[in-house]
Structure formats: structure tokens, C-alpha cells
Ligand binder design. Sequence first.
Ligand SMILES: Nc1ncnc2c1ncn2[C@@H]1O[C@H](COP(=O)(O)OP(=O)(O)OP(=O)(O)O)[C@@H](O)[C@H]1O
Ligand SMILES: [Mg+2]
Length: 179
Amino acid sequence: MLHGVNLVIPAGETHILFGPNGSGKSSLLATIMGLPPYRVTSGHILFKGRPVEAVPVDERARLGFGMTFQRPPGLDGVTVEAFTAAIGSADMLKEEAAALDFRGFEERDVIVGFSGGEIKRWEILKLFLKRSALCLFDEPESGVDLEHIAAVGGAIDPLLGANAPKSLPRTLLGNTSTL
Ligand SMILES: Nc1ncnc2c1ncn2[C@@H]1O[C@H](COP(=O)(O)OP(=O)(O)OP(=O)(O)O)[C@@H](O)[C@H]1O
Ligand SMILES: [Mg+2]
């Protein structure tokens, strides 16, 4: 249970939460995203001035909320290509995947059989493809080897404040337990 969380993240800014294992970082992001079983029992979550704590997760996603997961489930029977087409971003896949050194995954089912580091890179790519305006990163670097950690950083970098496309200012909230 999280108490007394008071956080303001101005549009276009990047904020990182640091805290030890079990301190509630993932829970906070999941609550902002609107994932069950988390509930807001008092107070509000405001997005562009509008309270969203009663808005279901799918509608929050349509409003621009996006989250990378520490341990996302596999989507049997849904290829990376099909997923990307379903969110209307087929034209972006090749270029964005190359930027993340994530080639040759088009025909594979989402997450199924991905290594830990591949899952992280897919999760970031997913937010890119989804054009999420509020990007919630749950420990994007954990489990990624040194060779690819630069690819993860390099992938997140263009999303950040000054580097973000003017047409789509992005706000980021991330967390990590590693310094
Ligand atoms: N649905 C739940 N029921 C009971 N306890 C829960 C539930 N969800 C989370 N917790 C507990 O709340 C605490 C905070 O978990 P959370 O995953 O938010 O931590 P974290 O800061 O992200 O940790 P880590 O750095 O290990 O990822 C943990 O002790 C976890 O077991
Ligand atoms: Mg966590």
C-alpha cells in the first residue's frame, strides 16, 4: 500500500524514481497506468488537469498513457508485425526496430521466447510505436547486458524532453533500483 504520494510531472519532463526492491516503484507506475488490482483509495491522478483514477486502463492508453513492464506476459499467436499493424504503426516498425538493434523479430510472437534483454528492448519499442505521450518505464535497464544497455539508453533518449519531436512532447516517469 502506498501512502501520501504527491508528485507533479510537468509535460515534457523526465523524472526517475529511485528506491530499493519492494519499496513500491512498480506499484506506483501500475496505479498511474490503471492496472488491476491497484486502486486509488484517496486523492486523484490528474492528466492534463483531468482526474483519471476512475478511467479504465484501455481508455488511459488511448489518452496517451503507456508503460513498459518488468515481467510482461507473452502473446501467443500475435506476431510483432501483427501487433504493430494493430496499433497503426506498421510503417514505423523497420526503422524504430533497427534503432534498438531489434532486427528479425517481425514474425515472432510478442515476448514469447524473448530473452530478458530482448523483452526490455521490445517494451521500449512498443511505447515508441504506440506514440505514447506519458511513458512509464519500469526498470528498463534491469536484466540488459552491457552491450545492449547503450541501445536501451539510445532508444529512450529521443523520447526525452528537448530531443522529443515537437509534434509529440513526451513526459517520462521511470524507476530503477540500481544506481
Ligand atoms: N497485489 C499485491 N498484493 C500484495 N502485495 C503486493 C501486491 N502488489 C505488490 N505487492 C507488494 O508491494 C511491495 C512493493 O512492490 P513493487 O513491485 O511496487 O516494488 P518495487 O519498488 O517495484 O520493487 P523492485 O525494485 O523489486 O521492482 C512488494 O513487497 C510487493 O510484494
Ligand atoms: Mg519494480
